[in-house]
Ligand binder design. Structure first.
Ligand SMILES: Cc1cc2nc3c(=O)[nH]c(=O)nc-3n(C[C@H](O)[C@H](O)[C@H](O)COP(=O)(O)O)c2cc1C
Ligand SMILES: C=C(O[C@@H]1CC(C(=O)O)=C[C@@H](OP(=O)(O)O)[C@H]1O)C(=O)O
Length: 571
């Protein structure tokens, strides 16, 4: 890993810190580059009251001068506006000092718009919204280690006294673990008698820091025409197929990435299909009304990736392993697929592996955002430079043998439903073992759209790391030179045979159909989005003008016609 990232900060503490090391000298970078992604992470129908309080903006604490990186660690700071409500409960000073009024030093000033003054009113009022606060005992709080007598550490009971002394319910220790959260395992592992000591860091609030760091990585990759986007394929039972796996005739890209992105960003749930998007919103609304939560599946598409990132030589350098591992390390992600993913297990090899074609590169001028040297080596805004070699479909999701092959990367991740339920699940008190219902404060009902934005950042960090391994240097200029030299090698790699008059057209097999869908991929760890590309594959496979080999196109059994909308935006 040539990039190193460390984040710190609790959900309701003063803020989040990220330190990113390994970004070269001379990368143009402003807070606007980062704030755009921080704002997108806060969106999505189904998020809870916290997102009404926060207005995430970054501040550079180191590593950037006059709009350019200096080559040293980049330190990023994102204030928590909600901190104003938690200064006692989350104070860093010892409890007796807090109670004695030694209190909390003022926050360092944040960037414009992140002032915490006036943030004191929680979006859901002064305490948990479920009635227990009216009785003076916030929900899920209450029993402490007093029951343990001398055996208790005293920490929880001191906190409880603190709550009584200050009248702040947030000081009460949390002792009723939520199934599906880190609460119980974390408390037992660390010996914490107040689950808040665990949940504050287990919270996905930390992902704001990862998004900030990922935006820096994304900026580096964007200099080379690499573009990372995400969209939601499933919320609960509402699903659409992947819009990108099935290719058109002759390996034509199935969708314009810019149009796909515009449709995604216009949706309240990041789903590019407006009709499905509406049904997803309704599903989230219904789950929320029932006191329940929903998960889902999102897809990451990375276009403009050159052949040759990652390596086959050792397991830890295989790119799909690195990407999948990093994505699985995102809160609530329970499965990751690359390309066809689980669906490939149900198909014969003839329908899974992606036939290779060749088209002399550089015939057309580079599309916007694609460097000229990359275009000369075959990059076209969908594929990255790969010496003119291309695939007629993309079941591999752009990675073979741990190495990028020039096709776009296609990754999917499955997110479980949010663990904090208003309709609480049975639990047992951490300290007494007595049966109780699980703890509940405010919570999201669905955060799949937000998780998709975080996943973009995670993929950006892994790819930038692989990029620096391949093209690394101390400065952006040096990396540009290394990249240009590689592109030059790719541009002149193929030497046409004497008398070959096919230049300008694709050589090899034409008109191979799209990737077949095998329907819902069952499996131990992940469920794929229904029928990846099945319907679109059938359309493309039937197209005239080519020589489709037997068996391409897939059964399309699992294809969801409702999802064809984006796929039909072929250019
Ligand atoms: C963007 C995002 C927002 C989340 N919001 C909540 C939430 O409001 N309430 C909750 O209980 N879990 C939420 N989660 C999930 C928990 O953070 C996660 O389930 C928990 O850390 C346990 O980790 P695990 O699910 O990976 O085992 C969210 C996750 C993400 C990615
Ligand atoms: C704060 C964020 O997400 C939080 C993630 C989260 C959890 O348990 O993971 C629980 C909720 O926090 P709170 O209890 O303060 O409402 C979410 O709001 C964020 O995404 O910025």
């Amino acid at each position: 890993m040539t990039l190193r990232l460390l984040t710190a900060g609790e959900s309701h503490g003063p803020g989040l810190v990220a330190v990113l090391e390994g970004i070269p000298y001379g990368l143009p970078l402003t807070t606007a580059d980062i704030d755009r992604d921080l704002a997108r992470r806060q969106l999505g129908y189904g998020r809870g009251g916290r997102m009404k309080i926060e207005r995430d903006r970054v501040r550079f604490l180191g590593g950037v001068r006059h709009g350019r990186t200096l080559g040293g660690p980049i330190a990023l700071w994102i204030p928590n506006r909600d901190w104003a409500n938690w200064t006692l409960a989350m104070a860093a000073e010892p409890l007796d000092a807090v109670l004695a009024g030694a209190g909390t030093p003022p926050l360092p000033p944040g960037p414009p718009g992140t002032e915490v003054e006036g943030a004191g009113a929680s979006a859901e009022g002064p305490g948990p919204k479920d009635g227990a606060a009216e009785k003076g005992t916030p929900a899920g709080l209450g029993r402490t280690d007093e029951a343990h007598g001398a055996g208790g550490t005293g920490r929880a009971s001191a906190a409880r006294q603190g709550a009584a002394a200050t009248g702040d319910w947030r000081m009460e220790p949390v002792t009723r673990p939520r199934p599906g959260h880190a609460d119980l395992a974390g408390a037992l592992k660390y010996g914490a008698r107040d689950i808040r000591d665990i949940l504050e860091r287990a919270s996905a609030r930390e992902t704001a820091a990862r998004v900030a760091a990922g935006a820096v990585a994304r900026k580096l990759l964007s200099l080379f025409g690499v573009r990372i986007q995400s969209y939601v394929l499933r919320i609960g039972q509402v699903a659409i197929p992947s819009p990108v796996l099935a290719y058109g005739e002759g390996g034509r890209p199935p969708v314009d990435p810019a149009r796909l992105e515009a449709a995604t960003e216009a949706s309240p749930v990041r789903c590019p299909d407006p009709e499905a998007s509406q049904r997803m919103v309704e599903a989230i609304r219904a789950a929320g009304q029932a006191g329940d939560t929903l998960g889902g599946v999102f897809e990451i598409l990375v276009t403009g990736v050159p052949v040759g990132l990652g390596s086959h030589v050792t397991g830890d350098r295989r790119l799909e392993g690195r990407l999948a591992g990093a994505l699985m390390a995102l809160n609530a992600i329970k499965g990751v697929e690359v390309g066809l993913g689980f669906a490939a297990a149900a198909l014969p090899g003839s329908q899974v592996h992606d036939p290779i074609g060749y088209r002399p590169p550089g015939a057309t001028p580079p599309p916007p955002g694609v460097p000229a040297e990359a275009a000369r080596a075959g990059a076209d805004g969908w594929r990255g430079p790969a010496a003119g070699f291309f695939r007629y479909r993309n079941g591999a999701g752009g990675i073979e043998g741990g190495i990028t092959n020039g096709e776009p990367l296609v990754l999917r991740a499955a997110m479980k439903p949010i663990a904090t339920l208003r309709r609480r699940l049975p639990s047992a008190d951490l300290l007494t073992g007595e049966p109780f219902e699980a703890h509940h404060e405010r919570s999201d009902v669905c955060a799949v759209p937000a998780a998709a934005v975080v996943a973009e950042a995670i993929v950006a960090l892994e790819l930038a790391s692989a990029w620096l391994e391949k093209f690394g240097g101390d400065s952006v200029d040096e990396i540009r030179r290394n990249y240009a030299a590689y592109c030059q090698r790719l541009a002149t790699w193929v030497r046409p045979a004497a008398g070959d008059d096919k230049a300008g057209g694709a050589r090899g097999i034409g008109g191979i159909g799209g990737t077949g869908g095998a329907g819902e991929a069952g499996g131990a760890g992940a469920r794929g989005a229904a029928g990846q590309g099945g319907a679109a594959g059938r359309r493309a496979g039937a197209s005239p003008g080519g020589t489709p080999p037997a068996g391409t196109g897939g059964s399309a059994d699992g294809g969801d016609p409702a999802g064809g909308g984006t796929g039909r935006e072929a250019r």
